[in-house]
Design a protein around this ligand. Structure first.
Ligand code: UDP
Ligand code: MG
Length: 318
């Protein structure tokens, strides 16, 4: 097997057939053997039935059906673990990633690059607020983490077998894939593409989900938030120490003046707030440690079908 295409799908019933229709000629035009590996991430629509029909028509298709929705990062992890190709390409199932870019990715791979990411030249599906949000995330990530994320690069990528094996060996449960790709290193190249509109269905993101994702990504790749509060605590303690000394001198020289209720309350409330934020951040990291120590699998497979299981089926028929 030369090339595996890994596609996580969650409620993409409207787009899987058009996607295959465009993927087929592209793969047929390549001088390589290939497989198309769909990971059905607990779709509740007709995605699975459509995949079954497509797999019956096109023998290159393989489907892994997960037992429920585990999220895109888990579905990708599953696809990468099961893909057999010397090169593995991940892409979205909504046709935002044009299959026609695949030969360009493969060109770069042939030129010796071990990871090739497709870089959006244009993006039509984002409003101004989302753009601002994304900019803020990258700005913060650059400052907090030692890992550099390339801009405008999503999950449309090619990985050499070496990279896939390394990815599969990464043990963490919390998988911010873009960060892990960057962390791995390897010889990396970029190829431009025009990001299309969704061919159908709708995006799986909402603002709250994005915020959660961004926070997980930041805390997975940096422990600066933990250290910042240590430094802040130190600064406040030093200032408080000098303040106490000044007050003591004032009290011994001028006697006690009672007023100061507001400043007292302000200081207590402010410090209480800072402490709670600090506890919240520690709690988040602790929760992460808890998740990791449970060592649950990242996903559960209900069923596999497609060409790899076909021999088994025929055996059963005999
Ligand atoms: N996806 C998935 N599991 C999820 C959410 C999304 O497998 O829980 C898949 C989805 O079917 C699509 C890809 O991830 O193939 C990208 O999702 P989407 O188009 O919603 O993200 P966007 O392009 O808006 O970033
Ligand atoms: Mg999309």
């Amino acid at each position: 097997m030369d090339v595996s295409i890994v596609i996580p799908v969650y409620n993409e019933g409207a787009t899987v057939a058009p996607l295959c229709a465009r993927l087929h000629p592209v793969l047929a035009g390549l001088p390589y053997t290939s497989e198309v590996l769909f990971v059905n991430d607990g779709s509740t629509d007709d995605t699975l039935d459509r995949l079954r029909a497509l797999a019956a028509e096109w023998p290159a298709i393989r489907v892994i059906d997960l037992s429920r929705n585990f999220g895109k990062e888990a579905a990708l992890t599953c696809g990468l673990a099961e893909a057999g190709g010397s090169a593995v390409i991940t892409m979205d199932g909504d046709l935002q990633h044009p299959p026609e870019t695949i030969p360009h990715l493969i060109d770069r791979w042939q030129a010796g690059y071990e990871m090739v990411f497709a870089q959006r030249l244009s993006r039509s599906d984002q409003d101004a607020l989302s753009r601002l949000y994304v900019r803020a995330f990258y700005w913060l990530f650059d400052r907090l983490s030692a890992v550099r994320l390339p801009r405008d690069a999503g999950d449309f990528r090619l990985f050499d077998r070496k990279v896939v094996d390394a990815l599969n060996r990464l043990p963490e449960r919390n998988r911010f894939m873009k960060g892990l790709y960057a962390w791995l290193g390897f010889r990396t190249a970029a190829v431009g593409y025009d990001c299309a509109e969704r061919a159908g269905g709708k995006s799986k993101w909402n603002r709250l989900g994005q915020l959660r994702f961004a926070f997980d990504a930041l805390t997975a790749f940096s422990n600066l938030p933990l250290r910042v509060f240590g430094v802040a605590g130190l600064i406040v303690s030093v200032l408080a120490f000098f303040y106490i000394v000044i007050r003591l001198i004032r009290v011994t020289v001028y006697g006690i003046d009672v007023p100061g209720y507001e400043s007292l309350l302000a200081a207590v409330l402010f410090m209480g707030g800072v402490q709670l934020v600090c506890l919240g951040i520690i709690g988040d990291y602790l929760g992460r440690v808890f998740e990791e120590t449970k060592r649950r699998p990242l996903y559960v497979v209900r069923e596999r079908f497609g060409y790899s299981t076909a021999p088994e089926v025929t055996r059963r028929v005999e």
